[in-house]
Design a protein around this ligand. Structure first.
Ligand SMILES: [Zn+2]
Length: 309
C-alpha cells in the first residue's frame, strides 16, 4: 500500500502575514498562523494526554509565521525534512520526537543538529504529536482498531488525565470469528508494505475474535491484554524475552501475538490525523494544504527467511 497524498484544500499564498486573520473575514478562507494551527492541534491531541516521560509540542518555529502547507510524517528524519522543505511546507508534524533526550548542542556536525539547522534555515516549523496522538480519540491505536474492523473499542489503559475513551492501546471485537492465519493476513493487508513484514506467534488455525492493538512498541501492556481476555495482541517491536514469557504464560495458547513494523503501525494514523486537522482548520475558516509524507522511514531494508524469496 502506497502512502497516500491527501490534499485537503488549496491555499493562495499571501505576501503579508499580518493580514491573514482579517482576510479570512473579508475574502473567505485564508492561511492561519502557526499559533492558530497549534491551537487546532491541541483541540485534537491535547498535550495533557502525553505520557510524563514524553516530549511533545512545538520543537521549532515562530507562532506568528503563516502556514499554507502542512506535512505529516512518522519520523523527523533528514529525508522527511527534505521532502517537507522541497514541497514548501511551513510546518512538519511528526509522531516521533526529534529531541526526546537532553542535548547540549545542536551543531550541524550531528544528525539531530543538522535536522534542526535544516528546519530553521528553511523556515519549516516542527511539531511533535506523540503519546498525546496515541491516547486521543481518533489516535494511532484507534485508527489501527478501526482499520482492522474492530467493534466496541475501548482503551487498554485509560488515560490518567483524559476521558474514559482516551488512553494507550485499544481492545475490541471482530464482527465474526476468524482464524489467526486469516486475521494475520488482514493485518498484513491494511499496513503499508515494509521489509520486515508481519510475524505471528500462535496456531494459524486457532479461532480469534477479541483483539488488542497498540501502535508502536507495546510490550509493556501484556498484563492489560490478558486482563481484557484478548485472543490476539497486535503491536510492534516485540523482543525475545517478553514474547517468550508471554507465550509461556498463555492460556489455551492465547493471547496470540502479531508483531508488525513500528513505522507501519503508526503510519496508518497519518492520513486520519491530516484529515482531522484539515477539518478543524476549515471549520475555523482557515485554508491549508495538508499532505502525508511519502517517505518510508522504517529503518529495515530487507529480510531473509527460510521460506522467503
Ligand atoms: Zn512510535
Amino acid at each position: 500500500m502506497e502512502p497516500a497524498d491527501i490534499g485537503v484544500t488549496h491555499a493562495d499564498k499571501h505576501d503579508d502575514g499580518t493580514h491573514f486573520v482579517e482576510d479570512a473575514a473579508a475574502d473567505g478562507p485564508a492561511a492561519p498562523t502557526l499559533g492558530q494551527v497549534l491551537l487546532a492541534a491541541e483541540e485534537l491531541w491535547p498535550e495533557s494526554l502525553a505520557e510524563n516521560w514524553d516530549e511533545v509540542g512545538l520543537v521549532a518555529g515562530h507562532p506568528s509565521a503563516p502556514v499554507t502547507k502542512v506535512m505529516f510524517a512518522v519520523d523527523p528524519t533528514l529525508t522527511v525534512i527534505e521532502e517537507a522543505v522541497e514541497w514548501g511546507a511551513e510546518l512538519l508534524i511528526t509522531h516521533h520526537p526529534l529531541l526526546l533526550k537532553g542535548v547540549t548542542s545542536v551543531a550541524a556536525t550531528t544528525a539531530k543538529g543538522q535536522a534542526i539547522h535544516r528546519l530553521i534555515e528553511s523556515g519549516t516549523a516542527l511539531l511533535t504529536v506523540h503519546t498525546n496522538g496515541d491516547s486521543a480519540v481518533g489516535g494511532v491505536s484507534d485508527v489501527l482498531a478501526d482499520a482492522l474492523g474492530l467493534e466496541g473499542v475501548a482503551p487498554l489503559t485509560v488515560a490518567a488525565n483524559g476521558l474514559p475513551e482516551e488512553g494507550i492501546g485499544r481492545v475490541g471485537d471482530l464482527a465474526d470469528v476468524m482464524s489467526l492465519g486469516d486475521f494475520a493476513a488482514r493485518v498484513f493487508g491494511i499496513l503499508p508494505s515494509v521489509a520486515g513484514g508481519v510475524r505471528v506467534s500462535g496456531d494459524r488455525d486457532g479461532l480469534v475474535r477479541r483483539i488488542a492493538v497498540c501502535g508502536g512498541a507495546g510490550d509493556s501492556l501484556f498484563s492489560e491484554v490478558r486482563a481484557n481476555n484478548a485472543d490476539v495482541y497486535v503491536t510492534a517491536d516485540l523482543r525475545h524475552h517478553p514474547v517468550s514469557e508471554a507465550r509461556e504464560a498463555a492460556v489455551n495458547g492465547r493471547p496470540y501475538l502479531i508483531d508488525v513494523s513500528h513505522f507501519a503501525s503508526e503510519w496508518l494514523w497519518l492520513p486520519a490525523a491530516a484529515s482531522a486537522l484539515g477539518n478543524v482548520l476549515a471549520d475555523q475558516g482557515h485554508d491549508v494544504e495538508i499532505q502525508v509524507s511519502t517517505t518510508n522511514s522504517d529503518p529495515w531494508d530487507f529480510i531473509l527467511t527460510p521460506g522467503g524469496d
